[in-house]
Write a protein of this length. Sequence first.
Length: 211
Amino acid sequence: MQLTSPEINSYCEAHTTDLSPLFQKLREETYAKTTAPNMQVGKIEGSLLRMLVAITNAKNILELGTFTGFSALAMAEALPADGKLITCDIDEKNTSIAREYWSMSPHGEKIELKIGSALDTLKKITSESQDIIFIDADKANYTNYWELCVPLLKKNALLIVDNVLWSGRVLNPQESSDHHIAAFNEHAKKDSRVEVLMLPVRDGILLARKI
C-alpha cells in the first residue's frame, strides 16, 4: 500500500529521525509472525503520529485498530508521564505481540488495550475527553467509527484516519472495501463539525480538526 515510488519512500525514510531500535525488532517480528504485516504503520507514519502527539501536547489518545502495537507505542512515547492511550482490537494473537513489546518500553505503561468491539468501547467513553483519535480498523465501519468519535474530541483536537486512499482504488471503486472508503471520505469532507486535510502519506491519511 505504497503510493510513492520505492526510491522516494526510501529517501523520505532516510531523512526522517530514527525510531528506537525496539521498533525495528517489532517490525521484524510482525513480518515473521503475522499474515498481513503490511497493516503495520512504518517509520514515516509512526513518526508522524508521534510528532502530532508531541506538538499538540496530547494527554488522552484513543486508537481503533492495534495490530502489533507499533502505532500505539510510537504515540505513547510522546505522551507525558501521566498521559493515557486506549487502543482497541479484536485479535488476541496479534495484540499479544503488542503487549510483549510494550512491556519492553518505559512508555508501555501508558497504554491500555481493550479486546472487543471498538463500537462498544466508544459508547463507554466520556464525551469530549480525547485529544487525538486514530482510526485504523475495519474499513466497513469507518463511517460508524467517525460518527462515534467526533463527539469524543475536545475542541481543536485531532481525528486521524488511515488508509483513506486505499492503494488508489478510491479513484475507481470496484470492491466493497473500495466503496466503503470512498463513501467515508465524502462523508468526512461534508462534516461541518471539523476541517479536514487529506495527505498522500503511505496509504493516505486524513486529518480532521474539531472546530
